[in-house]
Each structure stands twice: as structure tokens, then as C-alpha cells.
Design a protein around this ligand. Structure first.
Ligand code: NAI
Length: 505
């Protein structure tokens, strides 16, 4: 560990939401901090806001009063950029504009010492471009915090083409010393989080567009079965559709129109209509006074479920068997191909094929496909889909079986990979490509997705748990169904399958 000395002066430029949060983090870690903004009075206003935040922490008993005073004493708003000359680290969090940021860095290079680290909190601009044209581009590095900076643990340390590895390493150690969870990444579009998270939104938008279910139902499935804190529609309503759509467009364009990142017409419609989410009072949901969330679709069965047959190992669905047993079901186990039978119904974990296609190809009658859950013991809801020739009675029996395990059952249209499975497979696919292209290590990418966007499990760890082979098969089936390059599996998954290796190897 070689962090910056805590006596070193940290300068933060831009006293908006991010700059104020970053200044607070650095001051709480013991650094003297100067906060500068070119809007007169903005820095002083931000420091007063930080002081109020600290006051709230004191009220909640999370901060001692003398610690608050010490932190506030270390925070100094300044109105002249020249006063930052002694800084050992400058973090800029000004407007997201390449030319304006380049101009600022040029000015700082002339002002600050040779050894001063010039960090940018940019969420989408190239660190390589920001550093180009400077005398000392090796001093420039991305330090990408997440909003709100005092609460979110992740910091992406972004190296541009010229960034000196020792500088990136010092900043990484410094972020650690500040109580953060840093990850190393390279200056590529979206860095780690804003790239790997794209399928989380994209697959839900696609499912909605293709009539799988309504927003409230798809959100509930990602939460109650997938273990995600929020579904994609409630989350994008919170982020703001203008912001989320702009990030998708910028990543899509930066990858020269790679269809993997194709923006959604459904979301564009919302932006065009000014339905930006919570902040405008209407997004996918209404935030008007007294507005209620639409109900979540649910199937109910009156059929009885007393016994079932488990044929072979059910793959990721296997833990459901224990839950069925705990709920009093009589279970007969015999050899077979991973099927669960009750009455006339045959249940199986989805493998990414349409239910109707799988029923025909595998010669299965009354097929009901079950979605992936993060944890079949803890899940409260699960999605199913069924083949066109599945009888209503058989479907009813399948619902009764899952109900018996204490699960709410939601039926969705017959689309490949249901909801949680295709979302997780696509997240893992993007994460695998990011590893393959050296954007980050498998461990750092998983950490980034858990600490930066609160995923319940890293996408690569999740794929490994499901089996690389199975994850790849799901993606191959998705690609075969859609015939689009969007679903092409990452070469890393194929290589791991050929070599019998794991993604974290
Ligand atoms: P903001 O608009 O709240 O604050 C920007 C501040 O910079 C304003 O107070 C403005 O007066 C000041 N400013 C603009 N140009 C300046 C200049 N040339 N010199 C000095 N001060 C200047 O913006 P926000 O949301 O805090 O974002 C700042 C940066 O952080 C952007 O690069 C953004 O992409 C990035 N970021 C934003 C996140 C977010 O959730 N808002 C998350 C992570 C990164």
C-alpha cells in the first residue's frame, strides 16, 4: 500500500453533486481539502451543505461532534484556482465536456507541481483524450466515483494510454485508504460499470417491447427471483431516462454501433415525451400524488400438488427440490435428463430456447419452463412460460407445484431465456468480453458490479456457479432465436469451455 499521505492537500474542482461528495470523502479521510468552482459562491455553498450532512451524521450518532468539527476545519472553499498550486492530487468534477475539461487540465498542469496527480471523475469521456496535449499525460488518471460519493463504495481507477502505472496504483491505494473499494480499469467506453450494466436495462426493455409482461411484473421478477434491489424500469425511472438513454447512446456510438449496446426505441419514446422518470413525475410509472403501482401479474392454481418426480439433476433448479420436500411434497427421484414431472406437466429450467421449440426438439409434452432464481430457497416469486401445446390443466398443475413451495408464480409470454436467466446470461457475456479485452480482471469486474450498482452477485461468479457450459448454451440459443449479433457469445466463454477453465482463472 502506497497511498497519498493524509497531510497532502487534495483539491476538488466543481462543487456540484459529485465534487461536494468527493470533497467530503477526502476530508473525512483526514486530508486538507480545497474546493473550487468557477460559479462564484458555489464552493462555499457546497461546504455549508457538507457541514449540514455531517451534522446529520452526528445526530444519528454515526459521527462524534469533535470529529465533525475537525472535518469541517479541513474543508476550505476557494474562489481562485491559483490557490490550488500546492495540491498533491486534484480531482475535477466539472461539467461533462471534453474541451472544457481539457482546458482545465492544461491550466492545472501549468499551475501545480510536477508530481501532482490530475484525476478526472468523468463517467464517459476518454482519459486518453483528456490527457492528450498535456506535457505530463502520465499524471492524468480517471477516479470515477458513484453517486452519492460518501455512500457508494466503488471507485473506478481508469488508466489512459499514457497513464503511469505507479500513478494509477497510488490512486488505487489512496481510494482504499479512504474506505472505498477501488478497481483498476482501462479507458474504454463506459469503463466497467456503465458498460457491463447495459444488458440489465436492455433485456428488460426488449422483453417489454416483445410483450413478455408489463413493467411492474418484469420489475418484480428481477427483484423477487433475481435478487436485484430494483427492476430495470423502476431503476431507470430513478436515474432519469434522459441520463440513462444518453449513456446507452454514448456507449453504442463509442463501440461503432455494436448491436450489443443498441439503444431502445421504448426508452427513446419516453425521452421524446418528456417522461423522464421520478424527476418529471412520470416515467414507466406515475409519481403523481396518490399514484399506485400497477399490480404484478400472478397465476393462481386450485389444483392439488402432493407428489412429483425428479428425473436426473435439475441443474441450477436443483435447490427447488429441497424446498418442495420441506413443504411436504412426496418426491420420487429417478435417472433422467433434468426434468420435474407432476401429473401431465413436465417442468425444466430454461436453457434459452423457446418453450415451444424445446418441446418439439426434445419431444416433451406439456412443457413448462422455469426461470432462473438467485437462490431458489429465498426467492418469493418465479416466472414460467409454456409451450403452445401445453394444456391448461398441465400448466395449472405446474403452478400448483411451485405454489406448494411457497412461490408466487408469474406467467410470461414464450420468449427465449425468460427474464432473470437471459438478463444474467447477457450481463455475464458483457463481463466476459470486458475481461477478454483487458478492461478489468474478473475479480474487479464482479466487485465493480456489486459495489457500484448493488448486484446481488458478480455476473462472472454467477456464470461460474451456473456453469460456463450452461451459460454459453443459453447465449447460443438466444443468438439462434434472434439471429442478432447482439446475443453473440463472448470468445472468453467459448475458450473457457474448450479449456475446461473458469472465468476467474
Ligand atoms: P453538476 O452539474 O452537479 O456540477 C458541476 C459543477 O462544476 C457546477 O457546480 C459547475 O458550476 C462547475 N463547473 C463547470 N465548469 C467548471 C469549470 N470550468 N471550472 C470550475 N467549475 C466548473 O455535475 P455533477 O453531477 O456533479 O457531475 C460532475 C462530473 O462528475 C461530470 O464529469 C459527471 O460526468 C461526473 N459524474 C457524475 C455522476 C452523477 O451521478 N451525477 C456520477 C459519476 C460521475
Amino acid at each position: 500500500m502506497n497511498p497519498l499521505d493524509s497531510n497532502a492537500l487534495v483539491a476538488v474542482i466543481g462543487a456540484g453533486a459529485m465534487g461536494a461528495g468527493i470533497a467530503q470523502v477526502a476530508a473525512q479521510a483526514g486530508h486538507p481539502v480545497k474546493l473550487y468552482d468557477n460559479r462564484p459562491g458555489a464552493a462555499a455553498q457546497a461546504v455549508a451543505g457538507i457541514d449540514r450532512q455531517l451534522g446529520r451524521l452526528v445526530e444519528k450518532g454515526k459521527l462524534q461532534p469533535d470529529a465533525r468539527e475537525a472535518i469541517s476545519a479541513r474543508l476550505q472553499p476557494v474562489d481562485a484556482i491559483e490557490t490550488l498550486a500546492d495540491a498533491k492530487l486534484v480531482i475535477e468534477a466539472i461539467v461533462e465536456n471534453l474541451q472544457v475539461k481539457q482546458q482545465l487540465l492544461l491550466q492545472l498542469e501549468g499551475l501545480c507541481g510536477q508530481d501532482c496527480i490530475l484525476a478526472s471523475n468523468t463517467s464517459s469521456l476518454s482519459i486518453t483524450s483528456l490527457a492528450a496535449g498535456l506535457q505530463r499525460p502520465q499524471q492524468v488518471v480517471g477516479m470515477h466515483f458513484f453517486n452519492p460519493a460518501p455512500l457508494m463504495a466503488l471507485v473506478e481507477i481508469v488508466s489512459g494510454l499514457a497513464t503511469e502505472p505507479a500513478i494509477a496504483s497510488t490512486l488505487y491505494d489512496t481510494a482504499r485508504a479512504w474506505g472505498k473499494k477501488p478497481v483498476h480499469t482501462r479507458s474504454t467506453p463506459g469503463f466497467i460499470v456503465n458498460r457491463v450494466a447495459r444488458p440489465f436495462y436492455a433485456e428488460s426493455l426488449r422483453l417489454l417491447q416483445e410483450g413478455a409482461a408489463d413493467c411492474a411484473t418484469l420489475d418484480a421478477l428481477l427483484r423477487d427471483a433475481g435478487g436485484f434491489r430494483m427492476g430495470a424500469f423502476e431503476l431507470t425511472d430513478l436515474i432519469g431516462h434522459d441520463v440513462n438513454y444518453a449513456v446507452t447512446c454514448s456507449v453504442f456510438e463509442a463501440f461503432y454501433g455494436d448491436f450489443r449496446f443498441q439503444p431502445s426505441l421504448v426508452q427513446k419514446e419516453l425521452v421524446d415525451a418528456g417522461r423522464l422518470g421520478r424527476k418529471s413525475g412520470q416515467g414507466f410509472y406515475s409519481y403523481a400524488e396518490g399514484a399506485e403501482r400497477p399490480p404484478v401479474a400472478q397465476l393462481h392454481s386450485q389444483a392439488s400438488a402432493e407428489r412429483c418426480v425428479v428425473e436426473g439433476h435439475l441443474g441450477a433448479l436443483q435447490p427447488l427440490v429441497a424446498r418442495l420436500r420441506e413443504n411436504g411434497l412426496a418426491i420420487t427421484e429417478r435417472a433422467g435428463k433434468g426434468l420435474l414431472r407432476i401429473g401431465d406437466a413436465t417442468l425444466a429450467l430454461s436453457d434459452g430456447r423457446l418453450a415451444s421449440q424445446r418441446a418439439r426438439e426434445d419431444g416433451l409434452r406439456n412443457l413448462v419452463l422455469v426461470d432462473l432464481a438467485l437462490d431458489y430457497q429465498a426467492a418469493t416469486r418465479i416466472a414460467i412460460s409454456w409451450s403452445a401445446d401445453t394444456s391448461a390443466e398441465a400448466r395449472d398443475q405446474a403452478v400448483a407445484l411451485l405454489q406448494r413451495a411457497g412461490l408466487k408464480v408469474t406467467g410470461i409470454a414464450d420468449l427465449p431465456g425468460l427474464v432473470v436467466l437471459r438478463t444474467v446470461a447477457m450481463l455475464a457475456n458483457e463481463a466476459a468480453d470486458a475481461v477478454l479485452q483487458g478492461v478489468g480482471s474478473a475479480a474487479d469486474i464482479d466487485l465493480a458490479m456489486c459495489a457500484g450498482v448493488n448486484y446481488p452477485r458478480g455476473p462472472l461468479a454467477w456464470a461460474e456457479q451456473l456453469g460456463v457450459d450452461y451459460t454459453l448454451r443459453v447465449l447460443e440459443h438466444l443468438q439462434a432465436s434472434y439471429g442478432e449479433s447482439r446475443y453473440r457469445p463472448s470468445l472468453l466463454l467459448r475458450r473457457c469451455r474448450e479449456q475446461g477453465a473458469n472465468l476467474h482463472d
